[in-house]
Design a protein around this ligand. Structure first.
Ligand SMILES: Nc1ncnc2c1ncn2[C@@H]1O[C@H](COP(=O)(O)OP(=O)(O)OP(=O)(O)O)[C@@H](O)[C@H]1O
Length: 250
């Protein structure tokens, strides 16, 4: 049996911003599971709550109501230090603002999660890192600092770093945004491999139906709610359902 236990569970999560008399409902009573071995695409129009979802899962933002479990651990109520440790252990980020450390080389950036965890990559992790670096064409760039890399190369370094220590869950926000078509396909393929072969859960926010078609399932958000959940759709079908749902919630 494949291990499809939940990496993250959200139960009745709401996130409200602003003046209580005139609140903005970024998430409204959302219940979602993100499982290990599953690649989920998160779609929906601008302002539908996708980034808020990623931020509350990562413990970077508070919920207004509801509960979140990361693996076995409830996130709500933990202090900042406990959340940071939990995040470091369980979550890899591929966000657009790369968050690479400017003074470190590409290789040092890739190894940073291990340094922070106080351990060295084991043999499996070393060969996975070598595979990632080669697949993403970074072998010749490992001793460069971020300022010496193009935007797309920086994004690829961030992707290798997020995948390197095989965290329980990878949160990816438009991970192919700065990449050419061929490299985008390679990244999407590696995310599928990370889910299928390394048992990681992947949640990827994207506006691109082709990128979403690499995922096992697509969750479409509208107005802070999960408006639809789909599997096995073609890019054209994904495009059609997202347009239809935008019409319903406009
Ligand atoms: N810190 C904040 N303060 C006030 N309102 C916020 C805050 N963060 C998000 N919002 C509001 O919450 C709603 C959901 O925002 P969110 O960023 O989650 O949407 P999104 O689906 O990620 O959009 P996009 O595709 O444009 O990135 C929006 O109406 C947004 O304006």
């Amino acid at each position: 049996m494949p291990d499809s236990t939940p990496a993250v569970v959200l139960r009745n999560v709401s996130r409200t911003y602003g003046d209580p008399a005139n609140p903005i409902h970024a998430l409204r009573d959302v219940s979602v599971e993100l499982r290990r071995r599953e690649f989920t695409a998160i779609m929906g129009p601008s302002g539908s709550g996708k980034s808020t979802l990623m931020n509350v899962i990562a413990g970077l933002d508070e919920v207004s109501a509801g509960e979140i479990w990361l693996g076995e651990t409830p996130l709500v109520g933990l202090d900042d230090t406990a959340r940071t440790l939990l995040r470091r252990r369980h979550i890899g980020f591929v966000f657009q603002s790369f968050n690479l450390v400017p003074t470190l080389t590409a290789e040092e950036n890739i190894r940073l999660p291990f340094v922070l965890a106080g351990r060295k990559p084991d043999a499996t992790e070393r060969s996975w890192i070598t595979h990632l670096v080669r697949s993403l064409g970074l072998s010749e760039r490992l001793d460069h600092r971020p300022s010496e890399l193009s935007g797309g190369q920086q994004q690829r370094v961030a992707i290798v770093r997020a995948l390197a220590n095989r965290p329980t869950l990878i949160l990816a926000d438009e991970p192919t945004g700065a990449l050419d078509t061929r490299t985008s396909r390679e990244v999407l393929h590696l995310l599928s491999v990370a889910a299928r072969e390394y048992g990681q859960g992947i949640a990827m926010v994207t506006h691109d139906p082709v990128a979403a078609s690499y995922a096992d399932r697509v969750l479409v958000f509208a107005d802070g709610r999960v408006a639809g959940e789909y599997r096995d759709l073609t890019p054209q079908q994904i495009s059609d359902v997202t347009i239809d749902l935008q019409g319903v919630y406009a």
